[in-house]
Design a binder for this molecule. Sequence first.
Ligand code: SF4
Length: 377
Amino acid sequence: MPPRQNLTYVVKLSKFCNLRCRYCYEFSQLGDKTRMSPHLLARLFNFMRGYSALNNAWTRIIWHGGEPLALPERYWADVDTALGRVFGHDLPDQAVQTNLFSLTDWRIDRLRRIGTVGVSFDVHPGERRAMNGKTSELTVLANMDRLRADGVEFGCISVAHRGNLDKLDQTFAFYNAARTGFRILPFYRSDNPGQVDSYGLTPAEVVTLYSRLFDLWLTEGDGIQIEPISRYVEIAMRHITGKKAPPFNKRRAEKVVMIDTDGTVYSNANAYRKGYAYGNVLTDSADKVHTSPGRARDVAEAEARVSKTCRTCPYFGACDGFFMAEATPHEPQSDCALVRPTLDHITASLRRFGRLKERLALHDLPPVDDLPITAVA
Ligand code: SF4
C-alpha cells in the first residue's frame, strides 16, 4: 500500500470562456457552451471516490475550463448538490483556476467557498484579450483588489512566452511588491503550430527563465513563494543534505488526472491524446479505467522514461522522478531538459550562498504548491 497522498482531478467543467487569450491551447473551443451535465457530475464524483481509493489517495479537485466562473450560479449549486450526495460532509479539497475577468458578489462567495484560488494574470498587457480584442489586465487588477478587500486569498499564474520573456524581472518585481505567490508557466506546448511559432520557448530558454527567477527569489525575494522554483529548491536541498523523497510510482499512486468535459479521463502527460485515454466516467467504472489499455500504455511509457533518464541522474532520490514520468509529448522524452539543468544551477548557487538556512528562513511562508497547476493557462 503506497503512503496516502493527494490525487488531483483537473476537471474541465466547460471549455467556454469570456476571454480569448491568444496562446490558449483550448482556443478553438472557447465559444463552446457545452458543460458537464448533472448526470455526468454524479458519475464523475462516484468515479473519484473509487479511483482515489484504488490509488490510496485523498481526492482533490481543480475546477478548470474555459472559465469556471463563466458558468451560472445555479450550475454551481448543482455541483454542490452532486458533491454532497457522494461525499456528504467529507468534501474533497477544491481549487479553481480563474481569469477573474468578471467578478460579482456570488462569484466572490464561490471563490471563498472553494478555498484555493489561482488567478491567471500575466502582469504585462498583451495576449490575454477580452472578446472585443481589448486587453484584460486593468480589469483583472481591479478585481484582485476587490478580492483582497473582501479577504479572499489567492495566488497567480503567469504565462512566460516569447513576447514577454524580456519582462521577467518586472513580473517578479510586481508579485514581490504585492507579496503574492505565483506560478510561472513557460509556454512550450500546444497542438497548434501557429501558437508555438509565436509564443513557444525552447528548453534552454525555459532553463534560463527558471534560473533567473531562482536568483531573483534568493537575492531579492520578500518572502513570496514561486512555483515551480520552491519545488526545485526543496529537491536541491534534499540533494545537498542527502535526504530522499519517495519515488513517484504512477502505477500504484497517481497524482494528477484530467477529466474532459465529455467525461473522458486522461493523464497529465497525455491529455487529449486518443490512444492514451483511460476511459470515460459515463461508461466505465473506476476499476475499468484503472486497468484500461490507455492507462497501461501511459504508465508503461512513463516508467520507460524514468528508467532511461532518472536512473542515471544525480538528483534521483532527492527528486521523485515525477517530471520525467509526466513529461508531455511536447517535451524531450529521454532528456530531463527543463528540470535537471535548473537543479544544477540552483544546487551550485545554494552551495555558494552563505548562511543558507538563515536566508531560506526568510521565505518561510505558506507554499503555493496547492495552486491549480499545470498544463493550462
Ligand atoms: S532526470 Fe529529471 S525527473 Fe529524473 S530524477 Fe533527474 S531531475 Fe528528477
